[in-house]
Design a protein around this ligand. Structure first.
Ligand SMILES: [Ca+2]
Ligand SMILES: [Ca+2]
Ligand SMILES: [Ca+2]
Ligand SMILES: [Ca+2]
Length: 560
């Protein structure tokens, strides 16, 4: 090199270093690696290199994060075009683009929290913003699944359907090419118009990984043979900026899928009111994957009262009656587990008891957790109901107002009929056969809904309805006879409801059931004595003999 050339070169280097010749604009497309499932990387690291199973573990339905870093660009309007494979090797790769932050907690073993996604990581700011711009819905032609991928995209929350920019603002997003879903190999591309407010601009988005739940097994991002599939920068300000980032299918797990179903049953569909029944909730996983963190809930309706401490089954469980919940940590493909509890059947109330799956880590192909709103049920919901047999425990107490009444006096008998439930008693009949020691006082029968003394000494009452816990008094009066039987028995002779501890109309002497009772009078004898004294000759001569007669009469009623 001659002296002059050396000088010129030195001058150029000097000028470059001191006057700040503008550096060439530069665009860099990067994709994020999030580590392996057993050793996740958080925050994720943006890089230009390929994604494979050794550095990333995404799951279908999530979005892999991408960023475009633009440096040394002029302030004002710019344009870039990005492209992604919607089909690769005949399978679906990236359905559409989304917000950049759509990772989820990892539910397979080992589970871990959602990785942090920060598109500014490793970059030197300052960065203003960010601002977002809504991504237009995709409408790729020829979908074999009706409405896809538009339907899936539109089902995302609005906040997951936008593109993000720092140090600038996006003014339009429009598809250049939607691609064809019938082709074995196809891509979509979108044009991004934006205004830079700094020489460094970052744009971030996510690539939605096609799920087998939509496209079927072997047709989704995790099952592409001959992968990788790609995200590309096609153009930057109208010139070829072609950069290609690839992802191996091995970095993407198929969407985990567990078809949970639930069958509810009760130990006795026609129990006695007041009795205890056992409910069983059989939860089955029809796979194909293991189900984890399955939650099941049962809200006990008003027709039952939870038996404290009776909840059983599952890995853990809580009973805040009427709300019962279980968690099943893991349920293998094909496995069934039973969750149980006991409840007392109330006399009245709602007997329709529904249980449902409220949560699961995996997708369920035919049911949605926690959406139960009445029949028809999905397969992860079921009810059990009972038709209870009413039970009314009737009891009867008989008393007399004066147990040592005088013979001939009038006493009042009272028959107190009580319903100890739990059901309301209806059409309760009570009978009393007045024994020989008493004479019924005609017309004295009282109480009950209706009553009859037409066949006295047999008296009968009917009580149309007697509530749980209620008592009613039936009465009549009788005169105490001088002789006879003084033990007066009354009994329940009929009732519509089952009585758990007594049988109507079976009275045959003590010991009595609780629907029978007696009252006995020990009468005080009454003898109305009178005396008449007479003499045979009231005008007898002095010295003559007369005879006195004393007549004693007992006017009863007792023998004197
Ligand atoms: Ca299901
Ligand atoms: Ca459901
Ligand atoms: Ca009874
Ligand atoms: Ca009886």
């Amino acid at each position: 090199m001659n002296l002059m050339r050396r000088f010129m070169l030195a001058l150029v280097v000097l000028l470059w270093g001191t006057t700040g010749f503008a550096q060439a604009p530069k665009a860099t497309l990067e994709q994020a690696r999030n580590g392996t499932a057993s050793s996740p990387t958080s925050p994720v690291v943006f890089q230009t290199g390929n994604l494979g199973s050794s550095n990333s573990h995404y799951v279908e339905g999530m979005s892999a994060p991408y960023r475009l870093v633009l440096e040394n660009i002029s302030l004002g309007a710019h344009n870039v075009i990005i492209e992604w494979d919607i089909k690769n090797g005949g399978a679906h790769a990236i359905d559409y683009i989304t917000h950049y932050d759509r990772l989820q907690p990892h539910n397979f073993s080992p589970p871990h929290a959602q990785e942090v996604v920060n598109p500014l990581n490793g970059l030197t700011g300052p960065f203003g913003g960010p601002s977002t711009f809504a991504i237009p819905a995709p409408s790729s032609a020829g979908s074999p699944v009706a409405g896809q991928p538009t339907a899936d995209f539109n089902a995302l929350p609005a906040g997951e359907r936008n593109m993000t920019i720092w140090n600038g603002s996006i003014s339009s997003l429009s598809y250049v090419n939607q691609g064809s879903l019938t082709a074995a190999q196809s891509a979509s591309s979108i044009s991004i118009d934006f205004t830079a407010t700094s020489s460094t601009v970052v744009i971030a988005w996510g690539g939605h990984l096609a799920s087998r739940l939509v496209w079927g097994d072997g047709n989704s991002a995790g099952g592409i043979s001959g992968s990788p599939f790609h995200m590309r920068l096609l153009e930057f300000d109208g010139s070829g900026g072609n950069q290609d980032r690839s992802m191996q299918a091995a970095a993407v797990a198929p969407t985990p899928l567990a078809d949970l179903s639930l069958v509810k049953s009760v130990s006795n569909p026609t129990p006695l009111a007041g009795s205890t029944v056992t409910f069983t909730i059989a939860v089955t996983n029809s796979g194909p994957d293991a189900a984890t963190n399955v939650s099941v809930a049962d809200v006990i309706p008003s027709g039952y009262t939870y038996v404290a401490g009776s909840i059983a089954g599952g890995t853990s469980r809580t009973a805040a009656a009427p709300n019962l919940t279980w968690t099943i940590a893991s349920l293998a493909n094909g496995a069934t587990t039973n969750l149980t509890f006991q409840a007392v059947v109330n006399a009245t109330g709602n007997y329709l008891n529904v249980a449902q799956v409220t949560a699961s880590d995996q997708e369920d192909p035919d049911s949605t957790p926690n959406n139960e709103n009445g029949a028809p049920y999905e397969d992860d919901e079921d009810d059990a109901t009972v038709t209870p047999t009413p039970v009314a425990d009737l009891s009867l107490l008989k008393s007399v107002d004066n147990p040592t009444a005088n013979v001939g006096s009038t006493v009042t008998f009272t028959i107190a009929v009580t319903n100890n439930g739990p059901s309301t008693a209806t059409n309760v009949s009570v009978g009393d056969v007045i024994p020989s020691g008493f004479t019924y006082v005609t017309g004295s029968i009282a109480g009950g809904t209706s009553r009859s003394d037409a066949t006295a000494p047999t008296l009968t009452w009917t009580i149309a309805s007697l509530a749980n816990g209620a008592s009613t008094n039936l009465t009549f009066q009788a005169v105490v006879n001088a002789t006879g039987s003084y033990t007066n028995v009354a009994q329940v002779t009929a009732s519509d409801q089952y009585d758990p501890d007594s049988t109507p109309n079976n009275e045959n002497g003590a010991p009595y059931e609780d629907d029978e009772d007696d009252a006995t009078v020990v009468p005080t004898a009454v003898a109305d004595l009178s005396l008449v004294k007479t003499v045979n000759n009231p005008t007898a001569n002095v010295g003559s003999t007369v005879t006195f007669t004393i007549a004693v009469t007992n006017n009863g009623p007792s023998t004197a």
